[in-house]
Design a protein around this ligand. Structure first.
Ligand code: ATP
Length: 273
């Protein structure tokens, strides 16, 4: 996964501006094609229009093509995630976990079915609309950290929040303290350990106060002890902030730390084994 996931560095994905409306404790920008409605709450499972879950995926299908090959990856995926809850997604390598995360984040669009996030039909949005929703409502954490090498820890921590128009220096400082990064604010990513880099990535996602964090194997590049410590921190911060989490992991042990678990098999979600 490249930094393009943030919808800001990739040349094909330029975030668009737009007026903001308040939705509970968060701010979501309406889209021209599928506007978010004001009101609603961030707790109790309501999405931004106060009806239904924060995230609802229904009958999602996606076939990927590489050369002449067509790979039907998702064949009818359903899942629901309430605001403030955590859901682990497990599955064999190649089962389509990352593909599903990409569709939820609006980095790609499905062939059939629907992703409804924060009151918006992600697949019905324009590229700019999806970038805007991602910027406003979604925090992304990946296995490869994906920090911006030319920015210090402080710069990386505030990056997403600035894009979302929610930068708050005090909040970033408080997050940095909780993540144990206070003494590292002027360092660059290459001067950090893997565990430190992932703590910065988590802080960057949360500083923007998203409604949903999507984490793809967030501890996959860390040794077990470091990974456990980083996951503890992420779960603690996500819960404290009332943010929903959808986390892809190979590990049933790590999946057990989430409120609920689903398993991807043969292109469909099933109960975790
Ligand atoms: N661009 C592409 N073209 C064709 N097939 C692809 C493409 N990208 C991924 N695939 C295939 O789609 C399937 C799902 O890939 P995906 O990365 O979503 O799986 P995953 O469950 O996240 O795997 P892993 O756990 O190994 O990261 C795999 O069989 C993969 O080979």
């Amino acid at each position: 996964m490249s930094p393009s996931a943030f919808g800001v560095i990739h040349p094909r994905r330029t975030p668009a501006g737009g007026d903001r409306i308040r939705t509970g404790t968060r701010t979501v920008q309406p889209s021209s094609s599928d506007g978010a409605k004001s009101g609603g709450a961030s707790s109790g499972g309501a999405n931004s229009d106060g009806k239904g879950p924060l995230l609802a995926v229904r009958g999602l299908e996606k076939t990927l093509t590489g050369g002449d090959e067509r790979v039907p990856v998702l064949r009818g995926v359903d899942l629901t995630l309430e605001a403030g809850h955590s859901l682990a997604l497990t599955g064999e390598s190649g089962s389509g976990k990352s593909t599903l995360l990409h569709l939820v984040a609006g980095l790609d669009v499905a062939d059939a079915g629907q992703v409804r996030l924060a009151g918006q039909d992600v697949g019905a949005l324009s590229d700019a609309g999806r970038a805007r929703l991602r910027r406003e409502a979604v925090g992304l954490v990946f296995q490869q950290f994906n920090l911006i090498p030319s920015l210090t820890v402080a710069g990386n921590l505030g990056f997403q929040a600035r894009l979302a128009g929610r930068f708050d220096a005090d909040a970033v400082a408080a997050l940095a303290a909780r993540l144990g990064l206070e003494g590292l604010m002027n360092r660059y990513p290459e001067q950090l350990s893997g565990g430190q880099q992932q703590r910065v990535a988590i802080g960057r996602a949360l500083a923007a106060r998203p409604a949903l964090v999507l984490a793809d194997e967030p501890t996959g590049n860390l040794d077990e002890a470091t990974g456990d410590a980083v996951l503890d921190l992420m779960l603690e911060l996500v819960r404290d902030a009332g943010v929903a989490l959808l986390m892809v992991t190979h590990s049933p042990r790590l999946a057990a730390r989430c409120d609920a678990r689903l398993h991807l098999r043969a292109g469909r979600t099933t109960e975790a084994p």
